[in-house]
Design a binder for this molecule. Structure first.
Ligand code: ARG
Length: 244
């Protein structure tokens, strides 16, 4: 074969493979460290970003992460603006009526954070009954808060809810324990403490449209591959500094 023809073929091939590179769009709400937050260049980083990129790598797709309000994620998937959502989203029966979930990839649970000066006043979740409580809008934390009180303030982000707690706009923030813990440790703000009780266990899954069972399969296959090749354990260690 003539050299020029070969070159032309190679160029055509590489153009073909570039055209094949598939990009999937995943929504998140990036004020939820260590699962999703932004670095100083406004890039989304965190546990979830690493997990979905690692899955993309073994399943052959590029990942684009879009930062949106939490309560816009499921609607975004339903209206096909997003291929999926990865945002520390708890698998619940109610959500599973609307959307499909990948296999679970993280075990969490809800607890409450209070002002340190109230540490002896609120020793149990029950002691927060009927108090003014705070949570992020549309979250399982907000649902749990509503279980204890009719007086719940719902904020766009968890940091907003913490601000409200600090300024005494509410008595407690109900939210995912790993995020509360990370907040208490990294903010080095000793004005808050946890109520020493976990409400319940929850598991996170990646949200996909029910109309896209193929993608659910790929995500599950990717999760399995990254568990088997050790990437999953590495990501866990990177963000939590413990074994899973
Ligand atoms: N796990 C909780 C839920 O699914 C809270 C998730 C909030 N995630 C976020 N990225 N802000 O309702």
């Amino acid at each position: 074969m003539k050299k020029s023809l070969l070159t032309a073929l190679l160029v055509a091939c590489s153009m073909y493979s570039q055209a094949q590179a598939e990009t999937l769009k995943f929504g998140t709400e990036a004020t939820f460290a260590p699962f999703e937050f932004t670095d100083n260049k406004s890039e989304v980083i965190g546990y979830d970003a690493d997990i979905i990129r690692a899955i993309g790598e073994v399943e052959g797709f590029e990942v684009q992460i879009v930062n949106q309000p939490f309560d816009a994620l499921i609607p975004g998937v339903l209206t096909k603006q997003l291929d999926g959502a990865i945002a520390a989203i708890t698998i619940t029966e109610e959500r599973a009526k609307q959307v499909a979930f990948s296999d679970p990839y993280y075990k969490a649970g809800i607890n409450a954070v209070i002002r340190r000066e109230d540490g002896l006043k609120y020793l149990t979740l029950e002691s927060l009954k009927d108090k003014r409580l705070c949570a992020q809008i549309g979250t399982t934390g907000a649902n749990v808060a509503k279980h204890f009180s009719k007086n719940v303030g719902e904020y766009n982000t968890v940091p907003d809810a913490f601000m409200e707690l600090k300024t005494k706009g509410c008595e407690a923030v109900f939210n995912d324990r790993p995020v509360n813990l990370y907040f208490l440790i990294t903010k080095k703000d000793d004005s808050f403490v946890e109520v020493p009780e976990l409400y319940n266990g929850e598991e996170y899954g990646i949200v996909v449209s029910k109309k896209n069972p193929e993608l659910v399969k790929r995500l599950n296959s990717g999760l399995k591959k990254i568990r088997d090749n050790g990437t999953f354990a590495k990501i866990h260690k990177k963000w939590f500094n413990t074994e899973e």
